[in-house]
Design a protein around this ligand. Structure first.
Ligand SMILES: Nc1ncnc2c1ncn2[C@@H]1O[C@H](COP(=O)(O)OP(=O)(O)OP(=O)(O)O)[C@@H](O)[C@H]1O
Ligand SMILES: [Mg+2]
Length: 452
Protein backbone atom coordinates (compact mmCIF):
# COMPACT_ATOMS: atom_id res chain seq x y z
CA UNK A 1 0.00 0.00 0.00
CA UNK A 2 1.34 3.38 -1.05
CA UNK A 3 1.61 6.28 1.45
CA UNK A 4 -1.24 7.89 -0.51
CA UNK A 5 -3.44 4.88 0.21
CA UNK A 6 -2.50 5.10 3.88
CA UNK A 7 -3.53 8.66 4.12
CA UNK A 8 -6.77 7.90 2.26
CA UNK A 9 -7.54 5.19 4.85
CA UNK A 10 -6.77 7.52 7.73
CA UNK A 11 -9.05 10.14 6.19
CA UNK A 12 -11.80 7.57 5.72
CA UNK A 13 -11.51 6.48 9.37
CA UNK A 14 -11.69 10.06 10.72
CA UNK A 15 -14.83 10.90 12.68
CA UNK A 16 -14.79 14.38 11.10
CA UNK A 17 -16.02 15.43 7.68
CA UNK A 18 -12.99 15.87 5.48
CA UNK A 19 -13.49 17.47 2.11
CA UNK A 20 -11.32 18.66 -0.65
CA UNK A 21 -12.50 21.77 -2.47
CA UNK A 22 -11.23 22.84 -5.85
CA UNK A 23 -10.15 26.36 -6.52
CA UNK A 24 -13.74 27.39 -7.21
CA UNK A 25 -14.90 26.18 -3.81
CA UNK A 26 -16.72 23.08 -5.02
CA UNK A 27 -16.44 19.73 -3.34
CA UNK A 28 -13.94 17.53 -5.09
CA UNK A 29 -13.86 14.62 -2.62
CA UNK A 30 -15.42 13.68 0.71
CA UNK A 31 -14.72 10.95 3.24
CA UNK A 32 -17.25 8.38 4.51
CA UNK A 33 -18.05 10.24 7.76
CA UNK A 34 -18.39 13.42 5.79
CA UNK A 35 -21.21 11.86 3.80
CA UNK A 36 -22.90 10.75 7.04
CA UNK A 37 -22.52 14.14 8.66
CA UNK A 38 -23.92 15.88 5.58
CA UNK A 39 -26.67 13.22 5.45
CA UNK A 40 -25.86 12.22 1.91
CA UNK A 41 -26.53 8.71 0.57
CA UNK A 42 -24.07 8.83 -2.24
CA UNK A 43 -20.87 10.69 -2.89
CA UNK A 44 -22.49 11.99 -6.04
CA UNK A 45 -24.99 13.82 -3.78
CA UNK A 46 -22.27 16.17 -2.58
CA UNK A 47 -19.57 16.10 -5.18
CA UNK A 48 -19.30 19.27 -7.27
CA UNK A 49 -21.60 21.17 -4.97
CA UNK A 50 -20.40 24.56 -3.83
CA UNK A 51 -19.29 24.46 -0.20
CA UNK A 52 -20.82 27.80 0.39
CA UNK A 53 -24.30 26.46 -0.42
CA UNK A 54 -24.38 24.45 2.78
CA UNK A 55 -24.30 27.65 4.77
CA UNK A 56 -26.97 30.24 5.40
CA UNK A 57 -26.66 33.48 3.38
CA UNK A 58 -25.72 35.42 6.52
CA UNK A 59 -22.57 33.30 6.79
CA UNK A 60 -21.58 33.47 3.13
CA UNK A 61 -19.13 36.39 3.58
CA UNK A 62 -17.34 34.43 6.31
CA UNK A 63 -17.18 31.26 4.17
CA UNK A 64 -16.09 33.25 1.19
CA UNK A 65 -13.32 34.94 3.12
CA UNK A 66 -12.12 31.61 4.51
CA UNK A 67 -11.97 30.14 0.98
CA UNK A 68 -10.17 33.18 -0.35
CA UNK A 69 -7.61 33.10 2.48
CA UNK A 70 -7.12 29.41 1.83
CA UNK A 71 -6.39 30.08 -1.81
CA UNK A 72 -3.93 32.70 -0.62
CA UNK A 73 -2.18 30.03 1.43
CA UNK A 74 -3.63 30.77 4.85
CA UNK A 75 -5.71 28.68 7.18
CA UNK A 76 -9.02 29.87 8.70
CA UNK A 77 -11.59 28.64 11.18
CA UNK A 78 -15.20 29.48 11.60
CA UNK A 79 -18.26 28.07 13.25
CA UNK A 80 -21.87 28.25 12.12
CA UNK A 81 -25.11 26.42 11.48
CA UNK A 82 -24.91 24.15 8.44
CA UNK A 83 -27.99 22.75 6.64
CA UNK A 84 -27.59 19.06 5.75
CA UNK A 85 -28.92 17.55 2.59
CA UNK A 86 -31.96 16.41 4.52
CA UNK A 87 -32.56 19.89 5.83
CA UNK A 88 -31.27 19.35 9.40
CA UNK A 89 -29.61 22.32 11.11
CA UNK A 90 -26.28 21.33 12.68
CA UNK A 91 -23.63 23.32 14.43
CA UNK A 92 -20.29 22.89 12.75
CA UNK A 93 -16.79 23.97 13.48
CA UNK A 94 -14.80 24.28 10.26
CA UNK A 95 -11.09 24.61 9.49
CA UNK A 96 -10.01 25.42 5.92
CA UNK A 97 -6.38 25.08 4.90
CA UNK A 98 -4.61 25.22 1.52
CA UNK A 99 -3.21 22.13 -0.25
CA UNK A 100 -0.14 23.06 -2.34
CA UNK A 101 1.79 21.25 -5.06
CA UNK A 102 5.48 20.64 -4.99
CA UNK A 103 6.12 24.13 -6.24
CA UNK A 104 4.15 25.60 -3.36
CA UNK A 105 1.18 26.69 -5.44
CA UNK A 106 -2.21 26.25 -3.92
CA UNK A 107 -4.05 23.63 -5.86
CA UNK A 108 -7.02 22.96 -3.70
CA UNK A 109 -8.37 23.43 -0.17
CA UNK A 110 -8.92 20.92 2.56
CA UNK A 111 -11.91 21.37 4.81
CA UNK A 112 -12.18 19.62 8.15
CA UNK A 113 -15.66 20.02 9.57
CA UNK A 114 -16.78 18.75 12.89
CA UNK A 115 -20.36 18.51 14.00
CA UNK A 116 -20.35 20.29 17.36
CA UNK A 117 -24.13 20.37 17.77
CA UNK A 118 -24.11 17.91 20.65
CA UNK A 119 -21.11 19.60 22.20
CA UNK A 120 -22.91 22.97 21.92
CA UNK A 121 -26.06 21.41 23.33
CA UNK A 122 -24.02 20.00 26.20
CA UNK A 123 -22.33 23.37 26.60
CA UNK A 124 -25.71 25.07 26.50
CA UNK A 125 -27.08 22.51 28.92
CA UNK A 126 -24.06 23.08 31.12
CA UNK A 127 -24.53 26.84 30.84
CA UNK A 128 -28.20 26.49 31.66
CA UNK A 129 -27.37 24.12 34.48
CA UNK A 130 -24.70 26.50 35.64
CA UNK A 131 -27.07 29.43 35.39
CA UNK A 132 -29.76 27.49 37.13
CA UNK A 133 -27.30 26.29 39.77
CA UNK A 134 -25.96 29.76 40.30
CA UNK A 135 -29.45 31.20 40.40
CA UNK A 136 -30.39 28.42 42.80
CA UNK A 137 -27.27 29.20 44.73
CA UNK A 138 -28.16 32.84 44.74
CA UNK A 139 -31.67 31.84 45.71
CA UNK A 140 -30.28 29.65 48.43
CA UNK A 141 -27.93 32.42 49.52
CA UNK A 142 -30.75 34.90 49.56
CA UNK A 143 -32.86 32.31 51.34
CA UNK A 144 -30.08 31.80 53.84
CA UNK A 145 -29.82 35.57 54.17
CA UNK A 146 -33.57 35.87 54.42
CA UNK A 147 -33.55 33.02 56.90
CA UNK A 148 -30.83 34.68 58.89
CA UNK A 149 -32.68 37.99 58.65
CA UNK A 150 -35.81 36.15 59.63
CA UNK A 151 -33.84 34.54 62.39
CA UNK A 152 -32.58 37.93 63.48
CA UNK A 153 -36.12 39.22 63.23
CA UNK A 154 -37.32 36.23 65.25
CA UNK A 155 -34.56 36.80 67.78
CA UNK A 156 -35.45 40.50 67.95
CA UNK A 157 -39.12 39.61 68.23
CA UNK A 158 -38.30 37.07 70.90
CA UNK A 159 -36.21 39.61 72.80
CA UNK A 160 -38.97 42.15 72.38
CA UNK A 161 -41.51 39.59 73.53
CA UNK A 162 -39.30 38.82 76.52
CA UNK A 163 -38.99 42.54 77.26
CA UNK A 164 -42.74 42.96 76.89
CA UNK A 165 -43.45 39.98 79.08
CA UNK A 166 -40.91 41.21 81.65
CA UNK A 167 -42.50 44.66 81.49
CA UNK A 168 -45.91 43.11 81.84
CA UNK A 169 -44.70 41.11 84.83
CA UNK A 170 -43.38 44.36 86.36
CA UNK A 171 -46.62 46.13 85.58
CA UNK A 172 -48.60 43.28 87.08
CA UNK A 173 -46.35 43.37 90.12
CA UNK A 174 -46.70 47.15 90.30
CA UNK A 175 -50.44 46.79 89.85
CA UNK A 176 -50.49 44.21 92.63
CA UNK A 177 -48.41 46.50 94.83
CA UNK A 178 -50.64 49.43 93.89
CA UNK A 179 -53.63 47.30 94.75
CA UNK A 180 -52.03 46.36 98.07
CA UNK A 181 -51.12 49.98 98.70
CA UNK A 182 -54.60 51.09 97.64
CA UNK A 183 -56.07 48.39 99.84
CA UNK A 184 -53.87 49.46 102.77
CA UNK A 185 -54.64 53.12 102.07
CA UNK A 186 -58.34 52.38 101.96
CA UNK A 187 -58.15 50.41 105.21
CA UNK A 188 -56.10 53.19 106.78
CA UNK A 189 -58.49 55.84 105.48
CA UNK A 190 -61.42 53.90 106.88
CA UNK A 191 -59.63 53.47 110.19
CA UNK A 192 -58.64 57.15 110.21
CA UNK A 193 -62.17 58.23 109.38
CA UNK A 194 -63.53 56.00 112.11
CA UNK A 195 -61.02 57.29 114.65
CA UNK A 196 -61.57 60.87 113.51
CA UNK A 197 -65.28 60.39 113.90
CA UNK A 198 -64.64 58.99 117.36
CA UNK A 199 -62.38 61.92 118.23
CA UNK A 200 -64.87 64.36 116.81
CA UNK A 201 -67.69 62.68 118.69
CA UNK A 202 -65.73 62.90 121.95
CA UNK A 203 -65.00 66.58 121.25
CA UNK A 204 -68.65 67.26 120.50
CA UNK A 205 -69.72 65.40 123.62
CA UNK A 206 -67.31 67.38 125.79
CA UNK A 207 -68.43 70.62 124.16
CA UNK A 208 -72.08 69.69 124.67
CA UNK A 209 -71.57 68.76 128.32
CA UNK A 210 -69.49 71.88 128.97
CA UNK A 211 -72.11 74.03 127.28
CA UNK A 212 -75.03 72.60 129.30
CA UNK A 213 -72.92 72.64 132.44
CA UNK A 214 -72.10 76.31 131.81
CA UNK A 215 -75.81 77.13 131.34
CA UNK A 216 -76.72 75.42 134.61
CA UNK A 217 -73.88 77.24 136.36
CA UNK A 218 -75.15 80.55 135.00
CA UNK A 219 -78.59 79.75 136.36
CA UNK A 220 -77.11 78.90 139.76
CA UNK A 221 -74.98 82.11 139.73
CA UNK A 222 -78.07 84.15 138.80
CA UNK A 223 -80.08 82.51 141.58
CA UNK A 224 -77.38 83.22 144.18
CA UNK A 225 -76.95 86.79 143.01
CA UNK A 226 -80.70 87.36 143.35
CA UNK A 227 -80.42 86.37 147.00
CA UNK A 228 -77.19 88.26 147.62
CA UNK A 229 -78.64 91.35 145.92
CA UNK A 230 -80.78 91.82 149.08
CA UNK A 231 -78.12 91.26 151.76
CA UNK A 232 -80.32 92.77 154.55
CA UNK A 233 -82.48 89.63 154.47
CA UNK A 234 -79.53 87.39 155.22
CA UNK A 235 -77.71 86.59 158.37
CA UNK A 236 -73.94 87.24 158.28
CA UNK A 237 -73.21 83.52 158.24
CA UNK A 238 -75.63 82.98 155.32
CA UNK A 239 -73.97 85.84 153.44
CA UNK A 240 -70.56 84.29 154.04
CA UNK A 241 -71.70 80.83 152.89
CA UNK A 242 -73.44 82.21 149.82
CA UNK A 243 -70.29 84.22 149.05
CA UNK A 244 -68.22 81.01 149.22
CA UNK A 245 -70.78 79.24 146.99
CA UNK A 246 -70.67 82.12 144.50
CA UNK A 247 -66.89 81.95 144.39
CA UNK A 248 -67.00 78.21 143.72
CA UNK A 249 -69.58 78.74 141.01
CA UNK A 250 -67.44 81.46 139.44
CA UNK A 251 -64.53 79.06 139.43
CA UNK A 252 -66.65 76.26 137.96
CA UNK A 253 -67.92 78.65 135.27
CA UNK A 254 -64.36 79.50 134.29
CA UNK A 255 -63.53 75.80 134.10
CA UNK A 256 -66.61 75.08 131.98
CA UNK A 257 -65.76 77.97 129.67
CA UNK A 258 -62.25 76.72 129.23
CA UNK A 259 -63.53 73.21 128.57
CA UNK A 260 -65.95 74.62 126.04
CA UNK A 261 -63.23 76.55 124.28
CA UNK A 262 -60.94 73.57 124.48
CA UNK A 263 -63.36 71.20 122.81
CA UNK A 264 -64.55 73.63 120.14
CA UNK A 265 -62.88 73.84 116.71
CA UNK A 266 -60.59 76.85 116.65
CA UNK A 267 -59.15 78.81 113.75
CA UNK A 268 -55.35 78.90 114.07
CA UNK A 269 -54.08 82.40 114.95
CA UNK A 270 -50.41 82.92 115.74
CA UNK A 271 -49.79 85.60 118.35
CA UNK A 272 -47.02 86.58 120.76
CA UNK A 273 -47.52 85.09 124.21
CA UNK A 274 -45.77 83.94 127.31
CA UNK A 275 -45.40 80.16 127.26
CA UNK A 276 -45.25 79.99 131.04
CA UNK A 277 -48.55 81.83 131.31
CA UNK A 278 -50.29 79.21 129.17
CA UNK A 279 -48.63 76.44 131.20
CA UNK A 280 -49.94 77.96 134.38
CA UNK A 281 -53.48 78.26 133.00
CA UNK A 282 -53.48 74.67 131.88
CA UNK A 283 -51.98 73.44 135.15
CA UNK A 284 -54.79 75.18 136.98
CA UNK A 285 -57.35 73.49 134.75
CA UNK A 286 -55.64 70.13 135.19
CA UNK A 287 -55.66 70.34 138.95
CA UNK A 288 -59.41 69.69 138.87
CA UNK A 289 -59.01 66.21 137.44
CA UNK A 290 -56.11 64.87 139.49
CA UNK A 291 -56.23 62.08 142.03
CA UNK A 292 -55.34 63.25 145.54
CA UNK A 293 -52.00 61.41 145.53
CA UNK A 294 -50.92 62.89 142.25
CA UNK A 295 -49.11 66.18 142.56
CA UNK A 296 -48.88 68.74 139.80
CA UNK A 297 -46.22 71.40 140.18
CA UNK A 298 -45.26 74.38 138.04
CA UNK A 299 -41.64 75.39 138.63
CA UNK A 300 -42.39 78.99 138.02
CA UNK A 301 -39.67 81.25 136.61
CA UNK A 302 -39.54 84.99 137.08
CA UNK A 303 -39.02 85.98 133.45
CA UNK A 304 -41.46 85.61 130.54
CA UNK A 305 -40.95 83.02 127.79
CA UNK A 306 -42.04 84.71 124.57
CA UNK A 307 -43.22 82.58 121.67
CA UNK A 308 -45.38 83.23 118.65
CA UNK A 309 -48.00 80.51 118.29
CA UNK A 310 -51.71 79.80 118.40
CA UNK A 311 -52.64 80.18 122.05
CA UNK A 312 -55.46 77.69 121.94
CA UNK A 313 -53.29 75.04 120.25
CA UNK A 314 -50.44 75.55 122.72
CA UNK A 315 -52.93 75.19 125.58
CA UNK A 316 -54.27 72.02 124.00
CA UNK A 317 -50.71 70.66 123.58
CA UNK A 318 -49.84 71.31 127.23
CA UNK A 319 -53.11 69.72 128.26
CA UNK A 320 -52.36 66.64 126.14
CA UNK A 321 -48.93 66.26 127.73
CA UNK A 322 -50.37 66.70 131.23
CA UNK A 323 -53.13 64.14 130.63
CA UNK A 324 -50.59 61.65 129.25
CA UNK A 325 -48.40 62.26 132.32
CA UNK A 326 -51.39 61.81 134.61
CA UNK A 327 -52.36 58.54 132.88
CA UNK A 328 -48.76 57.30 133.05
CA UNK A 329 -48.65 57.99 136.81
CA UNK A 330 -51.79 55.97 137.48
CA UNK A 331 -52.98 57.98 140.48
CA UNK A 332 -49.76 58.57 142.40
CA UNK A 333 -46.60 60.51 141.72
CA UNK A 334 -45.65 63.90 140.53
CA UNK A 335 -46.00 65.96 137.37
CA UNK A 336 -43.68 68.93 136.96
CA UNK A 337 -44.10 71.74 134.45
CA UNK A 338 -41.15 74.00 133.80
CA UNK A 339 -40.24 76.65 131.24
CA UNK A 340 -36.65 77.33 130.21
CA UNK A 341 -34.38 78.92 127.65
CA UNK A 342 -32.79 76.63 125.10
CA UNK A 343 -30.43 76.73 122.17
CA UNK A 344 -29.85 74.45 119.19
CA UNK A 345 -26.24 74.58 118.08
CA UNK A 346 -25.15 74.02 114.47
CA UNK A 347 -23.87 70.56 115.51
CA UNK A 348 -27.23 69.47 116.87
CA UNK A 349 -29.29 71.05 114.09
CA UNK A 350 -31.14 68.95 111.50
CA UNK A 351 -33.59 69.88 108.76
CA UNK A 352 -36.41 69.46 111.30
CA UNK A 353 -34.50 71.21 114.08
CA UNK A 354 -33.17 74.57 113.02
CA UNK A 355 -30.23 76.07 114.86
CA UNK A 356 -31.09 79.05 117.02
CA UNK A 357 -32.63 80.23 120.27
CA UNK A 358 -35.62 78.51 121.79
CA UNK A 359 -37.89 78.59 124.80
CA UNK A 360 -38.92 75.25 126.19
CA UNK A 361 -41.75 73.84 128.23
CA UNK A 362 -41.15 70.44 129.78
CA UNK A 363 -43.74 68.18 131.35
CA UNK A 364 -42.00 65.60 133.51
CA UNK A 365 -43.72 62.74 135.25
CA UNK A 366 -42.77 59.94 137.58
CA UNK A 367 -45.00 57.48 135.74
CA UNK A 368 -44.56 54.20 133.91
CA UNK A 369 -42.14 55.50 131.28
CA UNK A 370 -41.95 54.02 127.79
CA UNK A 371 -39.97 51.30 126.09
CA UNK A 372 -38.15 51.89 122.80
CA UNK A 373 -41.02 50.43 120.71
CA UNK A 374 -43.55 52.86 122.16
CA UNK A 375 -41.06 55.75 121.85
CA UNK A 376 -40.58 55.05 118.16
CA UNK A 377 -44.34 55.18 117.44
CA UNK A 378 -45.28 57.92 119.87
CA UNK A 379 -46.32 60.53 117.32
CA UNK A 380 -48.10 58.17 114.97
CA UNK A 381 -51.76 59.10 114.69
CA UNK A 382 -53.91 56.51 116.46
CA UNK A 383 -51.00 54.93 118.28
CA UNK A 384 -52.25 54.28 121.78
CA UNK A 385 -51.56 51.79 124.54
CA UNK A 386 -54.65 52.85 126.39
CA UNK A 387 -57.77 50.68 126.58
CA UNK A 388 -60.56 51.14 124.01
CA UNK A 389 -62.52 54.26 124.82
CA UNK A 390 -59.74 55.75 126.99
CA UNK A 391 -57.37 57.04 124.33
CA UNK A 392 -57.71 57.90 120.66
CA UNK A 393 -53.96 58.03 120.02
CA UNK A 394 -54.36 61.48 118.47
CA UNK A 395 -53.05 63.57 121.36
CA UNK A 396 -49.35 63.55 120.52
CA UNK A 397 -50.05 63.63 116.78
CA UNK A 398 -51.79 66.96 117.40
CA UNK A 399 -48.93 68.17 119.54
CA UNK A 400 -46.50 67.19 116.81
CA UNK A 401 -48.56 69.05 114.19
CA UNK A 402 -48.68 72.15 116.39
CA UNK A 403 -44.94 72.09 116.98
CA UNK A 404 -44.23 71.77 113.24
CA UNK A 405 -46.58 74.68 112.66
CA UNK A 406 -44.84 76.78 115.27
CA UNK A 407 -41.42 75.97 113.78
CA UNK A 408 -40.39 73.98 116.85
CA UNK A 409 -39.94 70.36 117.80
CA UNK A 410 -40.48 67.87 120.60
CA UNK A 411 -37.81 66.23 122.70
CA UNK A 412 -38.64 63.00 124.53
CA UNK A 413 -36.72 61.37 127.32
CA UNK A 414 -38.18 58.32 128.97
CA UNK A 415 -37.19 55.30 131.02
CA UNK A 416 -39.43 52.39 131.89
CA UNK A 417 -40.44 52.49 135.55
CA UNK A 418 -38.78 55.87 136.11
CA UNK A 419 -40.82 58.37 134.15
CA UNK A 420 -40.94 60.60 131.12
CA UNK A 421 -39.93 64.13 130.23
CA UNK A 422 -41.62 65.61 127.17
CA UNK A 423 -40.17 68.98 126.16
CA UNK A 424 -41.74 71.35 123.68
CA UNK A 425 -39.13 73.52 121.95
CA UNK A 426 -40.53 76.77 120.51
CA UNK A 427 -38.38 79.22 118.56
CA UNK A 428 -37.82 82.13 120.91
CA UNK A 429 -39.86 85.13 119.73
CA UNK A 430 -37.90 88.35 119.73
CA UNK A 431 -40.80 90.40 120.99
CA UNK A 432 -41.29 92.30 124.21
CA UNK A 433 -44.17 90.98 126.28
CA UNK A 434 -44.30 94.16 128.30
CA UNK A 435 -42.91 93.93 131.77
CA UNK A 436 -39.68 91.91 131.49
CA UNK A 437 -36.72 91.71 129.10
CA UNK A 438 -35.89 88.29 127.71
CA UNK A 439 -32.62 87.09 129.32
CA UNK A 440 -29.77 85.52 127.32
CA UNK A 441 -30.17 81.87 126.32
CA UNK A 442 -29.15 79.00 128.59
CA UNK A 443 -27.27 75.87 127.40
CA UNK A 444 -29.32 73.33 125.43
CA UNK A 445 -31.15 70.55 127.25
CA UNK A 446 -30.21 66.93 126.69
CA UNK A 447 -32.37 63.93 125.80
CA UNK A 448 -33.53 62.03 122.75
CA UNK A 449 -35.48 63.96 120.18
CA UNK A 450 -38.05 61.78 118.47
CA UNK A 451 -39.51 64.55 116.39
CA UNK A 452 -36.44 64.90 114.22
N1 LIG B 1 -45.91 60.64 129.63
C1 LIG B 1 -46.06 59.42 129.10
N2 LIG B 1 -45.65 58.33 129.79
C2 LIG B 1 -45.80 57.09 129.25
N3 LIG B 1 -46.34 56.84 128.01
C3 LIG B 1 -46.76 57.90 127.32
C4 LIG B 1 -46.65 59.22 127.80
N4 LIG B 1 -47.16 60.05 126.86
C5 LIG B 1 -47.59 59.27 125.86
N5 LIG B 1 -47.35 57.97 126.12
C6 LIG B 1 -47.63 56.83 125.24
O1 LIG B 1 -47.91 57.30 123.95
C7 LIG B 1 -49.18 56.86 123.49
C8 LIG B 1 -49.76 57.92 122.57
O2 LIG B 1 -50.07 59.08 123.24
P1 LIG B 1 -51.19 60.02 122.67
O3 LIG B 1 -51.31 61.16 123.58
O4 LIG B 1 -50.86 60.32 121.26
O5 LIG B 1 -52.46 59.12 122.65
P2 LIG B 1 -53.27 58.59 123.91
O6 LIG B 1 -52.89 59.34 125.10
O7 LIG B 1 -53.09 57.14 123.95
O8 LIG B 1 -54.73 58.93 123.46
P3 LIG B 1 -55.39 60.40 123.47
O9 LIG B 1 -54.32 61.37 123.75
O10 LIG B 1 -55.97 60.54 122.14
O11 LIG B 1 -56.41 60.34 124.54
C9 LIG B 1 -49.95 56.62 124.74
O12 LIG B 1 -50.99 55.69 124.54
C10 LIG B 1 -48.87 56.07 125.67
O13 LIG B 1 -48.63 54.72 125.40
MG1 LIG C 1 -52.80 61.49 125.05
Amino acid sequence: MSPGDHYRQIIELSEDCILELDATGRIASVNRHGLDLLQAFERSDVLHRAWQDFWPPALHPVVHQALRRGLEGQSSQYTGTLTTLRGAQRQWSVSIAPLSDAAGRVESLVVVGRDITEMRRVEQALRTLNASLSSQLQGAESQVMAASQHNQYLEATLTQAQVISERRRHLELAALQQRDIAEAARAMAEHTAMQAQKGEAVGQLVAGIAHDFNNMLQTAVAAISMVTDAPETLTPIQRKLLGRGNEALGHATAVAKRLLGFARQHPVRAEPMDLQEVALEMAELMQQSLAPDLQLVVERQSQPFPVIADRHSVGQAVMNLCINARDACGGTGRITLRCDQGQVSQDWATHLRAAGDYVTLSVADTGSGMDQAAMSRLFEPYFTTKPEGRGTGLGLAQVYALMRQAGGFIDVDSAVGVGTVMTLWFPRAHVSLGEAEVPPALPAASGSDLSA
